[in-house]
Design a protein around this ligand. Structure first.
Ligand code: GYE
Length: 333
């Protein structure tokens, strides 16, 4: 697949386009009192959005971005479903959207596998599907576009920093994995592992904390119990929420997070960035959740029969403590 990185300039450009396109839609379409929900041509576009759930700060920011972009003023009617991280429930939600005859379906797929049948059902019903955030293993013929982040590259960035800072001395690392079977958990592991290959960082354990703060805390408590707080040097958390849970567990065991046990995580949500500024996390790779405008622009294009870039990557930054201090006041999530 050809990668296309959208710089923040391009991102802002597309966002501006989406807003312009939508306000003209809003003038003609949403004033239509007939209740006509047919797609395109100035009518309200009815969109079913199957969100994963509400597991993290990243997810809250993503949901808000989507709800803002798919607003009535922008010419959309959004039918929102959050599946509480239950894959079967998420697939059922998509089936519900198909039977309601929505104009388009947007999915943030909890896991990569298992989407072939329901995507085929949407295709058979002539309902276009746009994926946002996570990827699927199903054929890309079954959806119009995917918009999200390069999770493997995020893992590489985190791993390269770990290799540079800690790779030259014996370092025992534990990993807090995201939801099992999800694209970011798979790819962030692959990217990180490739970047630390040949260094003195040794992965002594790796378990899922399901991308939640409670999950990160309880898995970290287990690691501390099994290995002893003095025998863990580094935590790699697949998201900030799990890192924040691990911080609580490390403190409760009488150690100092960020000093006795170093922590690297991914997302750069506000609470994670604050912990980095406070010295309790050592490095964070960004994962931008503000995808709403890009997704709305893609939905509008597809519904109107216009062409759409099938793979849209949004670029991520990375922060050490000094960079976090500088960036925190202007962060939008
Ligand atoms: O990193 C995590 C969330 O899929 C990129 O899901 C997303 C991940 C994000 O729960 O915080």
């Amino acid at each position: 697949m050809k990668k296309r990185f959208l710089t923040s300039m391009a991102f802002a450009g597309v966002a501006a386009f989406a807003l312009t396109a939508c306000s003209s839609d809003g003038d003609g379409g949403s004033a239509d009192a007939s209740g006509d929900t047919g797609g395109g041509g100035g009518d309200t576009i009815v969109v079913g959005f199957a969100q994963t759930g509400s597991e993290s700060g990243w997810r809250s920011a993503n949901t808000e971005s989507m709800k803002t972009a798919f607003s009535e003023e922008n010419g959309f009617e959004l039918i929102f479903n959050a599946a509480d991280n239950d894959t079967a429930a998420q697939i059922e939600a998509v089936r519900g959207f198909i039977s309601q005859g929505v104009d388009a379906i947007v999915i943030a797929p909890i896991v990569e596998d298992g989407w072939d049948d329901v995507l085929q059902e949407a295709a058979d019903a002539n309902i276009p599907v746009i994926l946002e955030d996570r990827t699927v293993s199903a054929s890309d013929d079954l959806y119009a576009a995917w918009i999200g982040l390069d999770f493997e590259e995020e893992g590489v960035k985190a791993g390269e920093w770990a290799a540079e800072m800690y790779g030259g001395e014996a370092t025992k690392m534990v990993v807090l994995e995201g939801t099992t079977g999800s694209a970011p958990a798979n790819d962030r592991a692959t990217g990180f592992d490739s970047a630390i290959e040949g260094t003195m960082i040794e992965k002594i354990d790796s378990q899922t904390g399901d991308f939640t703060r409670d999950g990160g805390k309880s898995v970290m408590e287990g690691f501390i119990q099994n290995y002893g707080v003095d025998n863990i040097d580094l935590v790699y958390a697949h998201n900030d929420d799990m890192a924040l849970g691990a911080i609580e567990a490390i403190k409760a065991a009488g150690a100092v997070p960020g000093e006795d046990i170093k922590i690297i995580s991914i997302d750069a949500v506000h609470d994670g960035m604050q912990a980095l500024v406070d010295g309790e996390i050592n490095y964070i790779v960004e994962c931008n959740p503000l995808l709403g405008d890009l997704v709305a622009a893609a939905v509008t294009a597809v519904v109107n029969g216009d062409s759409v870039e099938p793979v849209q990557y949004v670029e991520d930054l990375a922060f050490d403590q000094a960079a976090a201090e500088a960036a925190l006041p202007d962060r939008k999530y």
